[in-house]
Design a protein around this ligand. Structure first.
Ligand code: NI
Length: 177
């Protein structure tokens, strides 16, 4: 088990466009080890997604896992941990939906972000096979947030109203009912 350091906003790697992974890297021991370490890191941090640039590896790779924590993220179905390699997003509906987002690289803050509600994600799985999923609602937001990290973007860049940026304590006090 190896928990990696999560870099925070201000580290330049978070502002780089990450490089795509080559076919021969995808099942390499180095990449498998990195995904295991990212999994340990995500679990230690208690998050639902982690992108490789957040552990200072500028690669098109992110992991997402929705655990069995009823209520924490609304009525989300649990989703097993999956690694997404070289992902691309296609917006399927111009309709947008807003959610409060947080980020392990911006600890202590929450921000309200509106994003497309319905998307298609194309990616390579751990075997290097092309895969496709359709996502809507909060899950669509989670995937867009994680894959933004691979383009050097953070959720604060997507905020339309920076008055809706809050520390977690104040968020719990004033925004949650
Ligand atoms: Ni993030």
């Amino acid at each position: 088990m190896a928990v990696l350091e999560i870099v925070r906003m201000g580290h330049p790697v978070l502002r780089e466009v990450a490089r795509p992974l080559a076919d021969e890297e995808i099942q390499s021991p180095d990449l498998i080890q990195l995904i295991e370490d990212m999994t340990d890191t995500l679990h230690a941090a208690g998050g639902i997604g982690l992108a490789a640039p957040q552990v200072n590896r500028s690669m098109q790779l992110a992991i997402i896992e929705i655990g069995e924590t009823p209520g924490r993220y609304g009525d989300l179905p649990a989703a097993p941990l999956i690694a997404y390699i070289n992902p691309t997003i296609t917006v399927l509906s111009t309709e947008e939906e807003g959610f409060w987002e947080g980020c392990l690289s911006i600890p202590g803050l929450r921000g309200y972000v509106e994003r497309p509600h319905y998307i298609q994600v194309d990616y390579l799985n751990l075997q290097g096979e092309p895969s496709r999923i359709l996502l809507e609602g909060f899950l669509a937001t989670v995937f867009q947030h994680e894959f933004d990290h691979l383009q050097g973007k953070l959720f604060i860049d997507r905020m339309q109203d920076t008055r809706l940026l809050s520390f977690e304590d104040e968020f719990a006090q004033f925004q949650l009912e």
